[in-house]
Design a protein. Structure first.
Length: 302
């Protein structure tokens, strides 16, 4: 930046002067390279020809001084041109940095822990000790009495045997010899029917109580599952409502974040354009030691 300021040479002038100075240096270099210490002459058929004219060293100090000064000017101008180019390139390569802005994060909402449904074991556990004892007792009565009075039960079998009863049966005691067996009943069909009816009455009463307790267990189980369903529904509704609120707030925060970033980025870009404009307007400073030469070549270019 030492070679750049608001006043001085434009880049176009500096480049033109640098080119002109370079050409002058080339001319001086050619002059120096043409110096020699020997002249050469050849004589052909009595006529002399110069094949290398004498070119002695003349004004070498002035030539080198001028060449050095010109190269110094050119180096100054080229460094200044490079500095300005690099400055503008540096400004162009500047990137907007959003690290100072914190991107909002979405709040994590855990899903509700919904309760599982219960089975009829839950309903049985709700019975009182007295109710459970009666339930188990009536189940046992209904089971064992029912087994006897069932159509394939023992009592039905006995009634069938009685209906098919014969007073005399035959048994084979020895091979080829049948022996009569006298069969005597000790129950009649009415007695068996009375027993069946009495047992059925007991079974019916026990079965009604079993059905009552089964119904009560199912009702208690269903009531609990209804309560669980309503509770789970409330948990899910509350979760959905909270999730909607969190999402809405997150969207607002993201919108605010984007707005702040966009505003800052626009400001950065505006400032970058201003800096580029200011850098483009910078001139190349003319150092006092190079002023005379630069003035000379600037006039000659114009």
């Amino acid at each position: 930046m030492k070679q750049l300021a608001k006043n001085g040479l434009s880049m176009t002038d500096a480049q033109s002067i640098s080119n002109a100075v370079n050409q002058a240096c080339v001319e001086i270099e050619n002059t120096i390279n043409n110096f020699n210490v020997v002249s050469k002459t050849i004589k052909i058929e009595g006529e002399s020809f110069d094949i290398q004219e004498a070119n002695p060293i003349v004004d070498i100090f002035d030539l080198l001084k001028t060449k050095s000064q010109l190269h110094g000017v050119q180096a100054w101008l080229m460094e200044a041109l490079t500095a300005k180019t690099e400055l503008m390139e540096t400004i162009r390569e500047e990137k907007f940095n959003r690290d100072s802005f914190t991107m909002p994060t979405r709040e994590v909402i855990e899903e509700p822990n919904c309760l599982p449904f219960v089975d009829e074991e839950f309903g049985r556990l709700q019975l009182s000790s007295t109710e459970l004892a009666e339930f188990l007792e009536q189940e046992a009565i209904a089971s064992h009495y029912g087994k006897v009075i069932h159509k394939r039960g023992k009592l039905t079998s006995l009634r069938s045997q009685l209906a098919k009863h014969n007073a005399l049966e035959w048994e084979v005691i020895e091979d080829g010899k049948r022996t009569p067996v006298r069969c005597k009943t000790h129950h009649n069909s009415n007695e068996l029917l009375d027993i069946h009816n009495s047992l059925s009455d007991i079974w019916t009463r026990a079965n009604k109580r079993v059905n009552y307790f089964n119904s009560k267990v199912k009702s208690l189980t269903n009531d609990e599952n209804v309560r669980i369903t309503n509770l789970n529904a409330k948990l899910k509704n509350d979760y959905a409502s909270l999730l909607n609120t969190v999402n809405a707030n997150y969207q607002i925060e993201v919108s605010n974040y984007n707005a702040k970033v966009d505003t800052a980025q626009s400001k950065f870009q505006s400032q970058q354009l201003v800096k580029l404009k200011e850098a483009a307007a910078l001139k190349i400073v003319v150092d006092p030691r190079f002023k005379d030469i630069i003035d000379e070549y600037q006039v000659s270019n114009n």
